[in-house]
Ligand binder design. Structure first.
Ligand SMILES: Nc1ncnc2c1ncn2[C@@H]1O[C@H](COP(=O)(O)OP(=O)(O)OP(=O)(O)O)[C@@H](O)[C@H]1O
Ligand SMILES: [Mg+2]
Length: 407
């Protein structure tokens, strides 16, 4: 476990004068998974078919205090315990160890499957859910139309929820959660299931809640959201809280963890700090795009990157031209010291002065690394193809090319 970086506020900081609305002390959650472990007939006989229980701690020693009005992001890799923590705080799972207390009305939008009864209609679920949150029938009657409107599901509201798509399910869940006038809103990553328009609407609602001084704890994998919306971020790793503090520091730590976990590989290109967004083929850097080339032609492969302010100062790129069966036919790379980059768009050009006698369609795969450390940040294989009308099928080539970079 890595301790929180030294410039992080102390774990559990809720702010000196703000009343604490969510408090977890020494919380642990153990799951027992039963599975038959017998690997031989003899073992099976000796154990007489008994099942074997494995204790598994999904959360360990979690101490956290969240003050009224805070917006807190909960981040960490898949399986790190985020959903389990939300369920424990929401009172849906009982902690194996420790105590949880939450002041005020909690509304939660948890994992798909938690919260709604599939056999009931959307309408019945709205009533059931809202009444579990302490609303009277009359109060629910009053807000019912507004819930259905927000969810944009008027035509579905009398269908059984088990026939809803996951997006429809989440729409209804979120609509109920935000209508019951909660003091504390817990939202799992399920929002990502909705389409973009609905996600925007949800984020706007979360923002409005924030402005009204309600307390929000939401799971997200988006480092941008953590930085733009949260006052604070909690990072879980294998059930332990490895960080609790400022978003700018937490996202740096997350990037580092993601970049340094070899089993997870580099960050998917959508989330990378320097994101390869497009590739174009032309004769000269910045020239008109073309996709067909002849042997002897000049070819420029231009890779456009979206560079965030979190990117390292210099990027090292290596790029393969991929032939049939994804075989690399040649490699082009920036100098080992990389090319300088600043936030914004960066285009890296690789120019082959004269294409060889090759026949085929080729794709481009690009790997982006931090030039200073050599750590790979991300990689992307583009679907775009260019063709060469030569006479030979490719093998591995040594090919001359030049490199440049332009803002
Ligand atoms: N009911 C359960 N029984 C047994 N194990 C469980 C149960 N619920 C969760 N787990 C395990 O606990 C660990 C944490 O799960 P959890 O769903 O909290 O992760 P998560 O951080 O939300 O992951 P993701 O990003 O994939 O949603 C996982 O290893 C998971 O398999
Ligand atoms: Mg989860």
């Amino acid at each position: 476990m890595t301790p929180a970086p030294p410039d992080a506020p102390p774990a559990g900081a809720a702010g000196a004068s703000t009343p604490v609305v969510i408090q977890a002390t020494g919380v642990g959650k153990k799951f027992v998974s039963y599975h038959r472990r017998a690997t031989s007939l003899k073992e099976l006989f000796v154990r007489r078919g008994r099942t074997h229980g494995d204790d598994f701690w999904a959360l360990r020693d979690i101490d956290v205090e969240i003050g009224r009005g805070q917006t807190v992001g909960l981040a960490g890799a898949n399986g790190s315990g985020k959903s389990t923590l939300l369920k424990v705080l929401a009172g849906i799972l009982r902690p194996t160890q420790g105590d949880v207390s939450v002041t005020g009305r909690i509304a939660s939008l948890l994992e798909l499957g938690a919260g709604f009864n599939g056999e009931l209609t959307g309408r019945d679920n709205v009533y059931l859910n809202a009444s579990l949150l302490g609303l009277s029938r009359r109060e629910i009657d009053r807000m019912f139309d507004s819930i259905v409107d927000f969810a944009e599901l008027p035509h579905k509201i009398d269908d059984e929820v088990k026939h809803y798509s996951s997006g429809q399910y989440v729409r209804l869940g979120f609509a109920v959660a935000v209508h019951v006038d909660p003091d504390v809103l817990l939202v799992d990553e399920v929002l990502a299931v909705g389409d973009e328009a609905f996600q925007k609407k949800c984020l706007a609602k979360i923002d409005a809640f924030r402005a009204e001084g309600r307390t929000i704890l939401f799971v997200t994998h988006s480092l941008d959201l953590i930085e733009s919306m949260c006052d604070r971020v909690l990072v879980l790793e294998a059930g332990s809280m490895i960080f609790d503090g400022a978003p700018a520091v937490g996202t740096r730590l997350l990037r580092q963890r993601l970049g340094s976990l070899p089993s997870d590989g580099p960050v998917p290109h959508e989330f990378a700090v320097a994101r390869p967004v497009s590739v174009t083929f032309s004769r000269d850097p910045g020239g008109p795009p073309q996709v067909q080339f002849n042997p002897g032609d000049r070819l420029t492969v231009s890779i456009a990157l979206d560079v965030t302010e979190h990117a390292p100062e210099r990027l090292y790129l290596h790029t393969y031209a991929l032939g049939p069966n994804e075989l690399p036919v040649w490699l082009m790379e920036t100098p080992p010291g990389g090319v300088p980059c600043a936030a914004g768009t960066l285009t890296v050009d690789f120019t082959v002065p004269a294409l060889p006698e090759l026949l085929g369609a080729f794709a481009i795969s690009v790997h982006v690394s931090d030039a200073a450390t050599g750590a790979e940040l991300t990689r992307r294989r583009f679907e775009d193809l260019f063709g060469i009308n030569g006479s030979q099928a490719g093998g591995l080539l040594k090919i001359d090319y030049e490199t440049g970079a332009r803002p």
